[in-house]
Write a protein that binds this ligand. Structure first.
Ligand SMILES: Cc1cc2nc3c(=O)[nH]c(=O)nc-3n(C[C@H](O)[C@H](O)[C@H](O)COP(=O)(O)OP(=O)(O)OC[C@H]3O[C@@H](n4cnc5c(N)ncnc54)[C@H](O)[C@@H]3O)c2cc1C
Length: 327
């Protein structure tokens, strides 16, 4: 079986950039963007308008559309021989053989080999359950009246009443930062039936800013998504008026492949990598939201992916020098 230079797993911001950099370094890239199911449960799929990065305002699907342009170019451009795009395929199994080669199996059962792997499978935000379903929030999330990422979309709440979904200090701090940055006249924390747990400093600030904390389960959302209006959340007897919601319930980390290889994870399940994304498993690199202790952004995913691809290229070039007795 052919041994490919690099397998890039994941086709969001980090994966697309890793594939691009690997190919532009003239290394061979086996690229798995994920099955339709992987794709649908990734952050990449849900990102629409990207306003916090230059040059992205014209795209309706802020990650997918620019990525597609570059991936299409890779299939036709001067390096097309180096790019093997496994469209609609995800990796379901991965192991490492005794001679250090990665063995991968896709969701159709086909197997592959690669010397290096750059893992970019990302994370997904935990969704609130309202009326027994995670779907209830989607009409509002799709029109960006419910958002997840303060650095991406916090500016939407300028002078608006905000409801924060969450129950710990992290969620409360989303409210505090939004209040301080964007002058929100009302901030309410909706715990949706969970017991609140805020530390002392956070509680003091919440009191000073007159935050309300509503612990009752959310029974209904009132608004008109077609006309881009959010009015209120009904929590039992209580009505919480809000123009905008922020969801701060944590993240699901797609670390299954990293676990199969025995990669070190942090307490929250993110994969630990050094500044280049190198993990404790030789030849395995991690980039994007999956990597521990990083900003979860498109541009940081790009930077991580470039560092990992360049490091892999350095190792490939070094080996070639040794193999050809140059050094
Ligand atoms: C609603 C929303 C809005 C956002 N807006 C912005 C913004 O405006 N600006 C900004 O900078 N950031 C924004 N972000 C954050 C941004 O989406 C992430 O930081 C970025 O997508 C991370 O890229 P990634 O490649 O690590 O993961 P993702 O983009 O989530 O990609 C993960 C990829 O892994 C694939 N995958 C998963 N499992 C497998 C598998 N087993 N095999 C193969 N492939 C697999 C998926 O198909 C997907 O292609 C937003 C996030 C959300 C949720």
């Amino acid at each position: 079986m052919k041994i490919h230079d690099v397998a890039v797993i994941g086709g969001g911001s980090a994966g697309a950039m890793a594939a691009l950099r690997v190919v532009l370094n003239n290394d061979e890239c086996l690229f798995f963007p994920g099955s339709p199911k992987d794709k649908k449960r990734s952050r990449a799929f849900w990102v629409t308008k990207v306003e916090n990065m230059p040059g992205h305002l014209q795209y309706k699907k802020g990650i997918d559309e620019p990525n597609k342009e570059n991936l299409d170019w890779l299939t036709t451009g001067p390096f097309k021989e180096k790019f093997i795009w496994k469209k609609n395929l995800g990796v379901t199994n991965i192991s490492k053989s005794d001679n250090g080669i990665f063995m991968l199996t896709d969701n159709k059962g086909e197997t592959y080999q690669a010397r290096y792997v750059i893992l970019c499978t990302g994370v997904m935000d935990v969704q609130p359950i309202i009326q027994g379903s995670i779907d209830t929030i989607y009409p509002y999330a799709n029109i960006q009246l419910a958002d997840y990422c303060m650095r991406c979309d916090g500016h939407h709440v300028l002078n608006k009443k905000v409801a924060i979904f969450g129950h710990n200090s992290g969620a409360a701090w989303v409210g505090i930062i939004l209040k301080e940055r964007y002058n929100c006249p009302e901030v309410t924390i909706l715990t949706n039936g969970e017991t609140p747990s805020f530390d002392e400093e956070t509680t003091t600030l919440m009191e000073k800013y007159n935050f309300k904390v509503v612990t009752e389960v959310i029974t209904e959302i009132k608004g008109d998504p077609k006309n881009k209006i959010l009015e209120s959340f009904i929590c039992g007897e209580k009505i919480v008026n809000a123009d905008f919601a922020f969801i701060s319930l944590g993240m699901i980390v797609y670390n299954q492949l990293a676990k199969m290889l025995g990669a070190n994870l942090d307490q929250r399940g993110f994969v630990i990598g050094d500044a280049k994304g190198k993990t404790n498993v030789e030849g395995l690199y991690v980039a994007g939201d999956l990597r521990a202790n990083t900003k979860k952004q498109i541009y940081t995913a790009w930077d991580m992916a470039v560092d990992s691809a360049d490091e892999v290229n350095l190792l490939i070039r070094r080996k070639k020098r040794i193999d050809t007795s140059l050094l």
